[in-house]
Design a protein around this ligand. Structure first.
Ligand code: NAD
Length: 379
């Protein structure tokens, strides 16, 4: 079985395979070809890949033309798919619910498309869960970026010249990213509070040494779906939540927002008035910026400033920790593909009946095959 790894576009520092995973896949019987220089922004050189057993190709076309499987981080161009063999598998974070025309053009090339974001969240697939591996790093980087930009210290310091007070960090949305944001802010010595609409997170927040703050009414007790995600809350709940947040936010120095509801725009949790109630110098990092943002003044991809409060709407935070992000992402891909390598023949043998293949496959033989993608159902 041949695996090809092209270079990503200029906006993406991560790469789909690392020397570590190349070594493992070569051991499992694969032949790997990596485009020259593709790993450099994650600090993996051509020599590192060669040492791990890969061949180096001069162009993306050369890297993918003989491949049975191509690994990418982002959705590649139609030209790249055209350079692949018909029926070969293209596996990456293909952003399946945006740019439908582009996705159909990619499908029409005849390559099989697999979108890692659609991996079923079942125990067997935990090691393949790219949303978790990348969100965890985003939560970490959000706090690190905020603390670097914050013009005060995070931990309390008692010095001969007086006491520096600890900063207050508030994390909104305690999924994978939020939990890591809490842990990171605690390590830096901040006083951390957190909120979510799912009652299950209350204990997790306490176990990380943070205080849980939420409107804990009857609706809150039912707010988690069987899949572990949040539901859209009623207008009445939203009003009560807004009152609670308004009261709390005005005393916070750093707010990290990560709240998402599958298939919906990000809930608006921080209004302009709340931002105006914060002290100048305070910082909001809006990790939901890609889905419209949790704060009213978030500008996706930019830093907005309003009355001395900065709102970071940066996209692709995992890409700011590319070495770790690539390493974890590549392990997710390796864990997904290895069971599909035939132990005897070492050929690619995708089991199309397997629920992980069914969940992630979005196109086959020129057509969109995924029910969720075909119906535009994002959850
Ligand atoms: P997510 O990215 O969908 O959402 C982030 C958080 O925002 C969630 O905790 C959600 O409850 C919260 N939120 C939504 N609306 C809110 C509001 N109005 N106010 C405050 N908070 C709000 O979540 P995620 O990180 O993908 O995690 C979702 C769940 O999936 C968690 O229970 C997590 O433990 C679970 N999970 C399971 C697996 C697995 O089994 N393989 C892997 C990863 C995560």
């Amino acid at each position: 079985m041949a695996i090809g790894v092209p270079a990503e576009g200029s906006e993406e520092p991560r790469i789909g395979l690392t020397p570590e995973t190349v070594k493992k896949l070569v051991k499992a019987g694969a032949k790997v070809t990596v485009r020259s220089g593709a790993g450099l922004r994650s600090h993996f050189s051509d020599d590192d890949y060669k040492e791990a057993g890969a061949s180096i190709a001069k162009s993306d076309e050369d890297a993918v033309s003989d491949a049975d499987v191509v690994f990418t981080v982002r959705r590649p161009s139609v030209d790249l798919a055209k350079a692949m063999k018909k029926g070969a598998a293209l596996i990456g974070m293909l952003d399946p619910f945006s740019d439908r025309a582009g996705l159909e053009a990619l499908a029409k090339t005849g390559v099989s498309l697999f979108s890692m974001e659609l991996m079923p969240r079942i125990t067997r697939a935990q090691s393949m869960d790219v949303l978790s591996s990348q969100s965890n790093l985003a939560g970490y980087k959000a706090v690190v970026n905020a603390s670097a930009a914050f013009e005060r210290a995070l931990p309390m310091m008692m010095t001969a010249a007086g006491t520096v007070p600890a900063a207050r960090v508030f994390v909104m949305g305690v999924g994978v990213a939020g939990l890591q944001a809490i842990a990171t802010a605690r390590r830096l010595g901040a006083i951390v509070t957190a909120t979510d609409v799912r009652p299950a997170v209350k204990e997790q927040v306490a176990s990380l040494g943070a205080k849980f703050i939420a409107v804990e009414d009857e609706e809150f007790k039912q707010a988690e779906t069987s899949g572990g995600y949040a539901k859209e809350m009623s207008d009445d709940y939203k009003k009560k939540q807004a009152e609670l947040v308004a009261e709390h936010v005005k005393n916070q120095d750093i707010v990290i927002t990560t709240a998402l509801i599958p298939g919906r725009p990000a809930p608006k949790l921080i209004s302009k008035a709340m931002i105006e109630s914060m002290k100048p110098g305070s910082i909001i990092v809006d990790l939901a910026a890609e889905r419209g943002g949790n704060a009213e003044l978030t500008k996706p991809g930019e830093t907005a400033e309003h009355k001395g409060v900065r709102i970071f709407g940066q996209l692709n935070l995992p890409g700011q920790v590319p070495v770790n992000a690539s390493s974890l992402y590549a392990r997710n891909l390796q864990a997904f593909i290895e069971p599909f390598i035939d132990k005897e023949t070492k050929e690619l043998a995708i089991d199309w009946e397997d629920e992980l293949a069914i969940g992630t496959a979005i196109a086959r033989d020129g057509a969109i095959v995924n029910e969720r993608v075909a119906g535009g159902k994002t959850s």
